[in-house]
Unconditional design. Structure first.
Length: 183
């Protein structure tokens, strides 16, 4: 059937009233038919939309199951860690209550530990200061050694110059005596 055309179905309606037979239509009367429109087409669009909602519901159901599993896992983990803490606390309390001297010993050990930690911090700081001083002294030593080498080279040069001058002085003195004798 082409789009826009409608299928027309005809029906005749008979009314029965008790035992009286229905009056026969007179030959001159026309029979009137009423139009009845019937829609038999299935709606594919509705079924496709219905499938989308089914897929969405399935995905949401899976998501709910995953979330529920995660919540259960977190609850079990928290309960387990809480039990571990309680057991640990109970064990420490039991040990300390079983021997009162242990509490005093633990307090003493904690005080000693704190004191030694402070002493270690101070010694570490002093060691760093000494290392810094050593670095500064090494640098100063290198500078002084360089100055000493320069001064030693200068002294050696001055001694050489002094010897040259003494030699010249002796030569001049000898020449002057020699010239005085010749006169």
């Amino acid at each position: 059937m082409a789009e826009g055309e409608e299928e027309v179905n005809y029906a005749s309606v008979v009314f029965k009233a008790g035992n009286n037979p229905p009056p026969a239509a007179k030959r001159g009367e026309d029979t009137v038919y009423g139009e009845v429109k019937v829609q038999n087409e299935t709606k594919n669009k509705d079924s496709a939309g219905h499938r989308r909602f089914q897929h969405l519901a399935c995905c949401l159901g899976i998501l709910c199951v995953i979330l529920l599993g995660g919540i259960i896992g977190v609850c079990v983990y928290r309960k387990y860690t809480k039990q571990e803490k309680l057991i640990s606390h109970f064990a420490v309390t039991l040990i300390l209550e079983s021997d009162p001297n242990q509490l005093k010993e633990v307090s003493t050990l904690l005080a000693n530990n704190t004191k030694l930690s402070l002493e270690n911090t101070n010694l570490t700081r002093d060691n760093k200061n000494l290392e810094d001083q050593l670095g500064n002294l090494t640098q100063a030593y290198n500078v002084l050694e360089s100055n000493n080498k320069n001064l030693s080279a200068g002294v050696k040069e001055l001694k050489t110059r002094n010897q040259e001058l003494e030699t010249k002085t002796n030569n001049l003195t000898a020449n002057t005596r020699h010239d005085n004798k010749l006169e």
